[in-house]
Structures are given as C-alpha cells and as structure tokens.
Design a protein around this ligand. Sequence first.
Ligand code: UDP
Ligand code: MG
Length: 316
Amino acid sequence: MKSFELIVPCYNEEQALPYFLDTVVPILERIDGCESSFIFVDDGSRDKTLEVIRSFAEKDARIKYISFSRNFGKEAAMLAGMRMSSADYVGIIDADLQHSPELIPEMFRAVTDEGYDIAAARRIDRRGEAKIKSAFSRSFYKLINKISDANIEEGAQDYRIMNRKVVNAIVSMPEYNRFSKGIFSWVGYKTKWFEHENRERVAGTTKWSFWKLFSYAVDGIIGFSTAPLKLSLIIGTCTSLLGFIYALYTIIKTLCFGPDVKGYPSIICAILIVGGLVLISLGITGEYIARMYMEVKNRPDYLINETNITPDIKGQ
Ligand code: UDP
Ligand code: MG
C-alpha cells in the first residue's frame, strides 16, 4: 500500500482549519489503494491554531503536527514537513482552501500511474487580486526567468504532489535562504501542470503584505541569479566612461577657450548621479554578502517546540 502525506503550513489559520479538514479528508478517503495522513506545521501562530490542530490530532491518528517556537515563514514550514515525512508521496497545500483540493486525486494519479515525478498547480487567473500586485508579480516572473537559471512557470504555486525522489532532492538542498519556487524548478524532474482558477480564501486573512512579497521577490532573484552583480558592474562602467568623456571634453574646451567657472550644476549632478550609482552597487553587493553571512552562520531553518511525530515515524 502506498503512503501519501499532505503537508499544510499554517500561520494563524484557526478559522480556516475546520473547513479545510471537512473538505480535504473526504477527498483523500476517496483515493483507492493509498494510506493518507497529514502533517500540519504550525508556524508560530498567535491565535488558537495549535489548539485546533491538537484537538483534531487527538481524534484522528492520521493527523500529525509540528509546532515552531516562533514564526519562521512558510518556506521553513514546508521544509520541516518534508523533512519529517517518510511517506512515498508528499503533497503541499495551503490551509485556506485557495488551492483547489478537488484536484488532489487527479494530481496523485499523475505521480503514481502516469510516470510523472511532480504534479504541480498553476493558477491561470488573478481574479480577486489588486491590479498593482498582479502587475508587479508578472514583471517579477519575467525578470527572474530572464536572469536566472531557474525557469519558473508564471502562476506556479507551492501546491504540488511529489514522489520520494523529488522530496529527497529538495530536502538535500542545504541553503538557508530558501525560495521554494526556485528550488522546485531547479531540481528539475518530470512535472505535470494542473491549471486552476484563483478563489477567495475560505476564512481569515492573507499573511502577505506588499513589502513581504517584495522581499520574497528579492530573495528569489538574489538566491537564483548573480546577474544583479553584473548589472552594477555594467552601470558603473558606463557612468565612469561618460565621466571620462566629459572630462576630456572639458580639458579640450579649457585649452581652446580658456577656463570656465560656470558648470557648478553639472558638477553637483555628476556627484549625485555617480554617488548614487556607487551606493546602489554597494547595496546589491551587500544583499549577496548578507545572504552569505546567513548561510555561513548555518543556523537551523526552524526550531520545533512541540510535535506528535515520534522519531521512528520520522525514519530516524
Ligand atoms: N503561512 C505560513 N507562514 C507564514 C505565512 C503563511 O505557514 O509566515 C501559510 C498560511 O497559513 C497559508 C499559506 O502559508 O496556509 C499561504 O498563506 P496565505 O494564504 O496568507 O498567502 P496567499 O494565499 O495570500 O498568497
Ligand atoms: Mg492563501
């Protein structure tokens, strides 16, 4: 009998969780020939999420959970779930039912019977989302695909089912600054895409503010591309070249027509522009160094405060 485990990252999801289980449990029960279970990862929720999960776990042995000591982010939650799971097939799904759970049986079939390693979902519309957010996110995908070696499908989500091979590959990647969309695409393997429509969250609110998304995008670009470093080199070279040409022009002009005391504004402009470019280059370098610093520290990705997963289930 094959085993299938669904990892559910939860941060302040006390309202959504009962709906989630009511919807997803019957769907999993309909899949034949597989033993399914859940790993809920409470990512340091401030509401009653952990109590809700604990009470479900008491009633149902298929429900396992991990609770972090504080909020470590969805990336850490997904990683913890994948590390703790020993199932043959592992799925990841959001707790808010925005990831159409009715796709699970079809996605599961793709990895068990159709020879795919990954079944992944992609949303085809961005209804119910602010226009500016969609525009930013579209340009982000265009940019990252152009300048990095990870090829991320537009609208690709963390909603996916993978076989053991893929899970082992992902878990074996030691980086601290994790950008799952990049990691999922970087490991490769045969992927079948499932398209679905965006829908409203069943309860609760989104945990992603504009700035959180922006820093997530920066993480993605810096984690999977060194192009920004080259960009500062190119811009720096161009401006220095312009500076040299201008200097040459000024020298020749002074030799021919005598000294010119005017030109104060142009000097200020040059100082400001070049100074700004130097700071931008330093900033870009700094972003990489900051990430290297975090990698070198080798801190754990998360700290577990409580779990009902026993070591032998973990396969340790
Ligand atoms: N989540 C998490 N840790 C966080 C933020 C979010 O585990 O720091 C979980 C959240 O509980 C949900 C999923 O990640 O199950 C997606 O979050 P959300 O629905 O807020 O994102 P959106 O769908 O708005 O992109
Ligand atoms: Mg959501």
